[in-house]
Ligand binder design. Structure first.
Ligand code: SAM
Ligand code: SF4
Length: 326
């Protein structure tokens, strides 16, 4: 569907849980977030019903997210059920990789269309400092498992934190050695991310060019998102950037988000949207749900306001990123 600013909205990020087995310092507090009880989380059959309505409004691609999506039971089966919905062209997943080794085969069988693996460093000590859980080896096993499925596109997502030993240059080696893309995501001032500064795309690129020589722009899109890419000589994969702050991409935004509690969020930085769980469980018909989704998308904000220190909107996002899904 087309929103109020002429943007085509065909992509949705669906969070299946706000629980996580890591505690990344920019995303989730050490003590976790207050656990939402099971009944408050949308059941899979409820999400499937909503997805049929989203499809009738033009949604074609789905990214499963969390918290950590793979801590919820039966995610591969759920992905397969989503793929069966006529009109859905692709279902992909973003994961921290901790449970990927055990689930990769089932995800492949489910027809998953791509995996984004969040990995901020190849240094196990720094990993534990950032993720605050001793899970580096499991994540690497997950990565190795995913590499056994070259037909499933794999991207590594790293949030540079400007901390000693993170070594974002070393992480780029993954794109040199394997046909996978390594992407650097600018830290966004949402939730705990507000405590950290961001390392700009230019600063990261300068570090990479120092190590690997000059890059060439790569103009084709890779995937459904706002990443843009460059190539380095001799690299099997590309290097990408998702720079919401230094290279704002709101005018090309194609997405909305469904939280695990059934709130349809129309912009990452705003609490604006519609509580679909309340409507669903209040007995709304498919047509009533469709009208509510349509109205929310029509009213999607024109852009984020990350660079405005103070702003008047009362509906500025107050949740953690783990509760939103990234
Ligand atoms: N647990 C899964 C994972 O880590 O991929 C899915 C959820 S996680 C919230 C999705 C993505 O959001 C991750 O790549 C994570 O690095 C990113 N993220 C979390 N907080 C962020 C922030 N403040 N700024 C930028 N990216 C952030
Ligand atoms: Fe968990 Fe992903 Fe957030 Fe890390 S980024 S705490 S893995 S939800």
């Amino acid at each position: 569907m087309i929103d109020g600013y002429g943007r085509v909205i065909d992509y949705i990020r669906i969070s299946v849980t706000d629980r996580c087995n890591l505690r990344c310092a920019y995303c989730m507090p050490q003590e976790g977030v207050p656990s939402v009880c099971h009944e408050d989380i949308l059941r899979y059959d409820e999400i499937l019903r909503l997805v049929r309505i989203f499809v009738s409004l033009g949604i074609r691609k789905i990214k499963l997210t969390g918290g950590e999506p793979l801590v919820r039971k039966n995610v591969p089966e759920f992905a397969a059920a989503l793929r069966q919905i006529p009109g859905i062209e692709q279902v992909t997943l973003t994961t921290n990789g901790v449970c990927l080794k055990e689930q990769m085969r089932m995800l492949a069988d489910a027809g998953i269309g791509g995996i984004n693996l969040s990995l901020d460093t190849l240094n196990p000590v720094v990993f534990e400092k950032i993720a605050r859980r001793p899970a580096f080896d499991q994540v690497m096993e997950g990565l190795r498992e995913a590499l056994k499925y070259p037909e499933i596109p794999l991207k590594i997502n790293c949030v540079p934190m400007n901390i000693e030993g993170q070594n974002i240059v070393e992480l780029a080696e993954l794109a040199r050695n394997y046909k996978i893309h390594v992407r650097y995501i600018e830290m966004m001032p949402i939730g705990l991310g507000r405590q950290f500064g961001f390392q700009s795309e230019e600063a990261i690129l300068a570090e990479l060019e120092k190590a690997y020589g000059p890059c060439r722009p790569f103009d084709k899109p890779l995937g459904n998102g706002p990443g843009h890419y460059v190539s380095f000589e001799g690299f099997a994969g590309k290097i990408g950037f998702i720079s919401a702050i230094s290279h704002k991409f709101c005018e090309r935004c194609n997405r909305v988000r469904l939280t695990s509690q059934g709130f349809l969020k129309t912009c990452l930085q705003y609490e604006r949207g519609v509580d679909l769980r309340a409507l669903l469980r209040g007995g709304a018909s498919d047509e009533e749900l469709r009208l509510a989704v349509e109205k929310a998308i029509r009213e999607k904000p024109v852009s984020h306001q990350f660079l405005r220190e103070q702003w008047a909107d009362s509906d500025k996002e107050t949740h953690m990123m783990s509760q939103i899904g990234g």
